[in-house]
Design a protein around this ligand. Structure first.
Ligand code: ZN
Length: 675
């Protein structure tokens, strides 16, 4: 499960103590609704050579999987990317022409989203260039550089692919979550081919054994297809679907295995290799258990089919990778939180039946990201909590991380951008945000990841997928509420995590402002809230707003014709968060689908059109991009005469298009069509 930054621009205004640091340009470029940043890999140069080597090999293993995600996000993505890139690099016509300029923006968005649908909102991009222009441009470049199938003409290719690019009714959404529709047939994601939602649900329902206490995550690593009228899985593994890319990943994992820090880490890597080879989900669980128990290694990584947010049924996992190493200083903070996990579980405002009697192995650390790939690139998470298997989490615990250097980059890049001056109610709230915003934002992420996701339990016999399409939103709300509830707690002060009784107000204010208003900057006028984390935040904020109306706990007030969020009673707001946490935990523990549906559909989805319009207009004047992502650093291995690595250096000068084109050239591991 991943934590995506909420009010990221807000953290802007926190003036952290500036350490003596070399100047570093955190911003790269901005287009459409996106801004590209750079992150610094603090401490990489100080790692011992063997760990640098390990990071280097794991980074290569990470980058090799890039094409998998493109294909998972839509069956034409690799073809379209290649067509666009060829015109982008080879077009000899007028590059200042608006058609070309708009095609360039479109390509940059496709790179960012790993496909033709928005990475967050999931709807298809509207191209700002004409089919006529694109056709002519394609005709003008070397045909051998185009993704033509054997014997296929450009004419035929265009006839097949142009509707996918230009016709807004073709594959309009990567993932459709509209209540009542066939979510499988209406989603463009490439996880199902020729099967209906009912067929997919029946297929997996028949695999489940309610008495199995250690069920694998069915469907995680395959595409579900219909062949000769029969529904079956095409497994992603060496020799199977995506095998070409997976073999490259294995090649680099083997190198990493050779320089592992210790036996436990070596076992993790070799089990992952085995899983990529056999595609057996039992092997995957064995790997996940080894991974969750490897706590002593400095370097760590995720590489594989991990999160299922991109599948309308929440089973199929998109491919992603992150390589990282422990930030030893900041980890002290999360260790304090996890050391007290049992206390937090025992005191949560949740019915006793839904609590864990014994919280197991919640490990937490702050990490420094070294490379991002797949579904974590360029847009990324700032916190990760894995594995996702429910039974493994309850028996073996989970590993929870917050990614310090990425949060740091967001904060530094957003400093002084005018956002809080525009949206925050008064100087009082601005003062809190400046003083505490960074810290309480980090603490909320820590509580969400280290404790929130790991808290509570399902009642015996409850299907972990019972909440279906509402599962992700409910799960994120549960973790967020756990953090919100505890931020003001005396225990936090006792543990030395918060400095005083006001600090939490910074996070409460920004959470309510974000959930009620400012996160709407990420949505186009007329659209609903779709993404699970955004739904969760609106659910919590709107629910608390509505339930507190009689007591005026939170108000929307007008000043000079502008709407502001005003929190009048922070203690009562905490009470409301606690109450909702109790209910959300009940829904999760009992698998109460109908209650989940009611809650999500009533509070999380719909948008007030007038407020939305106002927020968008105010935001537009600031010329900020609502979504951010990262360009990766570049690692270079220096070798001696025998080819042994003598040092690994890191540099930060590569541009966005430059990096994407290099990746498309060096890591083009899949055919254009994967069937
Ligand atoms: Zn989460």
């Amino acid at each position: 499960m991943i934590g995506i930054m909420g009010a990221m621009s807000l953290a802007a205004c926190n003036q952290k103590e500036q350490k003596q640091e070399e100047p570093f340009d955190y911003t790269v470029e901005q287009f459409a609704d996106l801004q590209l940043l750079r992150y610094k890999v603090h401490g990489f140069d100080e790692l011992p050579l063997k760990q640098k080597e390990l990071v280097y090999y794991l980074s290569e293993a990470a980058l090799q999987g890039r094409d998998i995600l493109f294909d998972q996000n839509g069956k034409y993505n690799l073809i379209i990317r290649k067509m666009l890139e060829t015109v982008y690099t080879d077009y000899a016509g007028d590059r200042a022409d608006s058609n070309f300029v708009n095609m360039e923006t479109y390509l940059k968005r496709v790179w960012f989203s790993n496909g033709i649908h928005h990475h967050y909102a999931a709807d298809k991009f509207i191209p700002g260039f004409t089919p006529e222009f694109f056709k002519k441009a394609l005709e003008s470049v070397d045909a051998s550089k185009l993704p033509l199938a054997e014997g296929e003409t450009l004419e035929e290719l265009c006839r097949e692919v142009f509707p996918v690019i230009f016709d807004s009714t073709v594959m309009p959404k990567r993932i459709n979550q509209a209540d009542g529709e066939d979510l499988v047939l209406t989603s463009a994601a490439n996880y199902y081919e020729g099967v209906t939602q009912k067929e997919a649900e029946d297929f997996y329902a028949s695999m489940k054994n309610p008495n199995d206490t250690m069920p694998v995550m069915f469907g995680l690593n395959s595409r579900l297809v219909k062949v000769d009228g029969k529904v079956k899985e095409k497994v992603w593994k060496s020799g199977g679907l995506y095998g070409e890319a997976i073999d490259k990943i294995i090649y680099w994992l083997k190198k990493a295995e050779g320089v592992a820090e210790n036996e436990a880490q070596k076992a993790v890597i070799s089990k992952l290799i085995q899983f990529y080879q056999d595609g057996d989900l039992k092997t995957f669980d064995e790997y996940a258990i080894l991974w969750v128990k490897d706590l002593d290694s400095r370097v760590d990584f995720v590489n594989g089919f991990t999160e299922s947010y991109g599948d309308p049924l929440g089973m199929k996992a998109s491919w992603e990778s992150i390589v990282n190493f422990k930030d030893l200083v900041s980890t002290k903070r999360t260790e304090t939180i996890s050391a007290n996990a049992q206390w937090f579980e025992d005191h949560s405002p949740v019915d006793k039946r839904f609590k864990k009697e014994e919280v197991k192995g919640v490990s937490a650390k702050v990490i420094t990201a070294a490379i991002l790939a797949g579904d974590l690139y360029p847009a990324t998470a700032i916190g990760i909590n894995l594995p996702n298997s429910n039974w493994i989490r309850s028996v073996h615990g989970s590993k929870s991380v917050t990614i310090g250097n990425l949060t740091d980059a967001y904060n530094k890049a957003a400093h002084g951008n005018g956002f809080s001056d525009e949206f925050v109610y008064s100087e009082v709230e601005k003062g809190w945000l400046e003083k505490y915003g960074d810290l309480t934002g980090d603490l909320h992420t820590d509580l969400h990841e280290c404790l929130g996701h790991g808290s509570g339990q399902l009642l015996p016999g409850v299907d972990p997928d019972a909440l279906k399409a509402y599962g992700s939103t409910i799960e994120e709300a549960r973790a967020d509420l756990f953090g919100l509830y505890y931020l003001p707690d005396k225990k936090m002060r006792k543990l030395g995590l918060t400095p005083d009784d006001d600090a939490y107000k910074a996070e409460y204010y920004s959470y309510m402002m974000n959930g009620l208003m400012t996160q709407l900057v990420r949505i186009e006028l007329g659209n609903n809230v779709e993404e699970a984390h955004m739904r969760n935040r609106q659910l919590i904020a709107k629910w608390a707003f509505e339930k507190g109306t009689a007591d005026k706990v939170v108000e929307l007030v007008k000043k000079d014709g502008k709407t502001y969020v005003k929190v009048n009673d922070y203690e009562k707001l905490r009470g409301l968060f606690g109450e909702l946490l109790g209910e959300i935990q009940r829904i999760k523990s009992e698998g109460d689908f109908e209650a989940a549906r009611q809650l999500v559909e009533s509070y999380a989805v719909k948008v007030d059109a007038d407020l939305h319009q106002e927020v968008l207009a105010r935001y537009e004047k600031l010329h900020l991009a609502p979504y951010k992502g990262f360009v990766n650093p570049v690692y270079k291995a220096e070798t001696d005469a025998e080819g042994r690595i003598t040092n690994v250096t890191v540099s930060y000068t590569e541009g966005y298009a430059e990096q994407m084109l290099r990746y498309s050239k060096d890591y083009a591991n899949l055919p254009y069509r994967n069937e």
